[in-house]
Design a binder for this molecule. Structure first.
Ligand SMILES: CC(C)(COP(=O)(O)OP(=O)(O)OC[C@H]1O[C@@H](n2cnc3c(N)ncnc32)[C@H](O)[C@@H]1OP(=O)(O)O)[C@@H](O)C(=O)NCCC(=O)NCCS
Length: 204
């Protein structure tokens, strides 16, 4: 059975950062067999998900991780990022990746539901993200209530990488319900972590 766990700052050790990096890499490269992105673009993008980079940005973010037994098979992250939004309560969704062998089994959809739940619990209602241009990905988001924005570009060093901007707005009901339901997700705990949140608590 697949289990979903919440990863907060302090709950991420080196091993988990490496596993996240591995899932993102494997998933991205498998999707890119169609050569949507050049090798330069792929490597530039994947450099953002090196374990040491994950350690840097995880401090500002909430993550949801999917495990099959002890094996990490899916990742997703959400953070508050005001500069993307005119309104307050803006959230940035990113890093939704499922291992190739585990795709098409509902894991990506579940991660997305949990991410919106975590975002709502953080007080975020309006979400923005950058969807990869791989076939099927934009439709995946559209079917789940997202709308397509413009083509946007990420710059990593000298390399420019295009994405589809995507938007999502939580309805008042979803927002209220998710803030209640958020206590049903358990906390991902590092053995080395000094974090002492009780199991099942949500980020407030
Ligand atoms: C997008 C992704 C996270 C979805 O995860 P998943 O566990 O496969 O998703 P689910 O099983 O919940 O849903 C499968 C849906 O994804 C769509 N999909 C995703 N990638 C697809 C592909 N390469 N070809 C066809 N359909 C694809 C399917 O249409 C399917 O939609 P439907 O079941 O509603 O008809 C996963 O395919 C993935 O990791 N892709 C590669 C990495 C990537 O680009 N991630 C997005 C970053 S923004």
């Amino acid at each position: 059975m697949v289990k979903y766990q919440l990863a907060l700052p302090g709950s991420l050790d080196e091993k988990l950062a490496e596993e996240i990096s591995g899932v993102v890499r494997e998933s991205f490269l498998a999707a890119n067999l169609s050569r949507i992105y050049t090798q330069l673009q792929s490597e530039a993008f994947l450099s953002l998900y090196r374990p040491e980079m994950i350690h840097q940005w995880i401090t500002q973010t909430g993550g949801v991780l999917a495990f099959d037994g002890k094996k990490l098979i899916g990742t997703g992250f959400v953070m508050a990022r005001q500069e993307h939004h005119e309104q307050e309560e803006g959230g940035f969704l990113y890093g939704l990746y499922v291992s190739p062998d585990s795709q098409r089994g509902g894991i990506g959809s579940s991660l997305l539901v949990y991410l919106l739940r975590v975002g709502n619990t953080m007080g975020l209602r309006n979400f923005i993200g950058k969807a990869t241009m791989f076939p099927g990905v934009l439709d995946f988001y559209k079917k789940r209530g997202f709308s397509k924005g413009e083509v946007v570009y990420s710059k990593v060093g000298d390399v420019t990488i295009p994405f589809f901007e995507i938007h999502y707005k939580s309805s008042p009901w979803q927002y209220a319900l998710n803030r209640i339901l958020s206590s049903t997700i358990t906390l991902c705990r590092s053995k080395k972590s000094s974090l002492s949140l009780p199991e099942g608590s949500a980020p407030e």
